[in-house]
Design a protein around this ligand. Structure first.
Ligand SMILES: CCCCCCCCC/C=C/C(=O)SCCNC(=O)CCNC(=O)[C@H](O)C(C)(C)COP(=O)(O)OP(=O)(O)OC[C@H]1O[C@@H](n2cnc3c(N)ncnc32)[C@H](O)[C@@H]1OP(=O)(O)O
Ligand SMILES: NC(=O)C1=CN([C@@H]2O[C@H](COP(=O)(O)OP(=O)(O)OC[C@H]3O[C@@H](n4cnc5c(N)ncnc54)[C@H](OP(=O)(O)O)[C@@H]3O)[C@@H](O)[C@H]2O)C=CC1
Length: 272
């Protein structure tokens, strides 16, 4: 038996170099956190990735990190909630290089008990995490059909059982899961596959700030394995699902969360 653990030191890369040469992806939320890690891994594996997000400077930083990698990264800032603009951007990317892989990663929400979520707050979270995902996925359909490509939508651990403080976001992501399974059926004839990847706690920009620290501590406490999910392991799973090894993987929810979705959940952890 090896004396070194699989986890320490940790390297999530298992896929082979050149895997995605001549392939193209469209990634939303490409300027930070999980989305940036997905871009970096796909480009490392030879893909041409087109990324978007609202902040140009964040996308530019992602671009700088891809220099000298096998593939390439181009980007244009866009708000995925602006339907006409995001549809036009998906078309632009699709017409220029095709789309083999769509990654719906842009998203987010605030933590609040349902009684404190206003209708506008509810609508904003549903719009970002459900409506925009439908818009982008539908816009990518002609290109995915041509490439017999795939879609990975980033979801939330616990999406199938609920989580306190996240009623709006869980509702939106459950909607995306329903959409994913329905389109896995509708588009199977086109060879298109769609899956949801649900990370547990990932320490990214959104959760790393001082204000978010108590929430982060509760999230890790609610994770039976006691460790957060790394952005690299989410990225590797996205790449695996897009690879030939994922050929029959469709309509799935994969929770990459150290058993958080089976554990005590936030509802069992005392709030401050
Ligand atoms: C078990 C372990 C496994 C658990 C596993 C699960 C772990 C989950 C960990 C998740 C981590 C992440 O997602 S990390 C990603 C972190 N980043 C984010 O989440 C940022 C995302 N936020 C946003 O993009 C936006 O703020 C978004 C929420 C969509 C709202 O966008 P808008 O600009 O349209 O909205 P605004 O105009 O600002 O506000 C619209 C309304 O929302 C309300 N609103 C905004 N913030 C609010 C707040 N904190 N509390 C109440 N209400 C709020 C406002 O008051 C407005 O309502 P009125 O007052 O009525 O007008
Ligand atoms: N961190 C975690 O613990 C977990 C995160 N997730 C989910 O993973 C995804 C990525 O989050 P993460 O990397 O952690 O956090 P980030 O906040 O770093 O990433 C969110 C990304 O989405 C982009 N984005 C947000 N709103 C819009 C919009 N309206 N139009 C275009 N882009 C937008 C942001 O870019 P910009 O602000 O420049 O627009 C940003 O790059 C989200 O869907 C998140 O909910 C799921 C489970 C756990």
């Amino acid at each position: 038996m090896s004396s070194t653990s699989f986890n320490d030191p940790y390297d999530a890369s298992v896929l082979r170099d050149g895997l995605f040469a001549d392939r193209s992806a469209f990634v939303s939320g490409a300027g930070s956190g999980i989305g940036r890690a997905i871009v970096l891994r796909l480009v490392q594996l030879g893909m041409h990735v087109f990324g978007t997000g609202r902040r140009a400077e964040m996308l530019e930083e992602t671009a700088n990190l891809t220099k000298d990698m096998a593939g390439a990264f181009t980007y244009k800032p866009c708000n995925v909630r602006e339907t006409d603009a995001i549809e036009a951007l998906v078309r632009e990317a699709g017409e220029s290089r095709g789309i083999d892989l769509l990654v719906n990663n842009a998203g987010g929400q605030f933590f609040a008990p349902a009684a404190e979520i206003s209708r506008r707050g509810w609508d904003a979270v549903i719009d970002l995490n459900l409506n925009a995902v439908f818009t982008v996925t539908k816009a990518a359909y002609p290109y995915l059909r041509t490439s017999r490509g795939s879609v990975a939508s980033i979801s939330l651990s616990g999406v199938d059982r609920g989580s306190m403080g996240l009623a709006h976001s869980i509702a939106a992501r459950a909607g995306v899961l329903g959409m994913t399974r329905s389109l896995a059926l509708e588009w199977a004839k086109d060879g298109i596959r769609l899956n949801c990847i649900a990370p547990g706690t990932v320490v990214t920009e959104g959760l790393a700030g001082e204000a978010a620290r108590p929430m982060l501590e509760r999230l890790v406490e609610a994770t039976p394995m006691g460790i957060p999910t790394s952005v690299e392991e989410v990225a590797e799973l996205v790449a695996y699902l897009a690879s030939p090894a994922g050929r029959l993987m469709t309509g799935q929810l994969i929770q990459i969360d150290g058993a958080a979705h089976l554990g005590p959940g936030l509802h069992m952890i005392a709030a401050e």
